[in-house]
Design a protein around this ligand. Structure first.
Ligand code: THU
Length: 129
């Protein structure tokens, strides 16, 4: 299944009764496997998690740590763009040239490299002595 199809399919399972903004994310890892996640909100609003975080958690749980491609699917009148926290989470497991595709139910589509989404990303290298 394509990343796009996987992202839109998992979006159907988003639990977003508060924002009503449903998001799906699909990640391809170095082995070629695809991992998906959707946003999961909570009555205690800050406890909700983003779609990207869910897909990353699934990848890590499966024993993989390198992302090669990402697709984020949402509704709304504008293209979605991963939130700041998700950019940092994606950067942990991506090189700067990883492409993040974004799409909407209305057919808008765009893509950006990770190093454009999060220039100057803080990473493990910054903590080396
Ligand atoms: N959301 C995501 O899942 N991913 C993003 O990149 C942006 C925002 C979710 C969080 C919340 O459940 C809803 O969209 C509205 O912010």
């Amino acid at each position: 299944m394509s990343l796009k199809k996987a992202a839109f399919a998992v979006r159907d399972n988003a639990y977003a009764p508060y924002s009503k903004f449903h998001v799906g994310a699909a990640i391809r890892s170095a082995s070629g496997a695809v991992f998906v996640g959707c946003n999961v909100e909570n009555a205690a609003y800050p406890e909700g998690t983003c779609a990207e975080a869910g897909a990353i958690a699934a990848m890590i749980a499966a024993g993989e740590t390198r992302i090669t491609d990402v697709y984020v699917a949402a509704g709304g009148p504008m293209l979605i763009t991963p939130c700041g926290g998700c950019r940092q989470k994606l950067a942990e497991f991506s090189n700067g040239d990883v492409i993040v595709q974004m799409g909407t139910t209305s057919g808008l589509e765009n893509e950006m490299r990770m190093d454009a989404l999060l220039p100057g990303a803080f990473g493990a290298g910054h903590m080396e002595e």
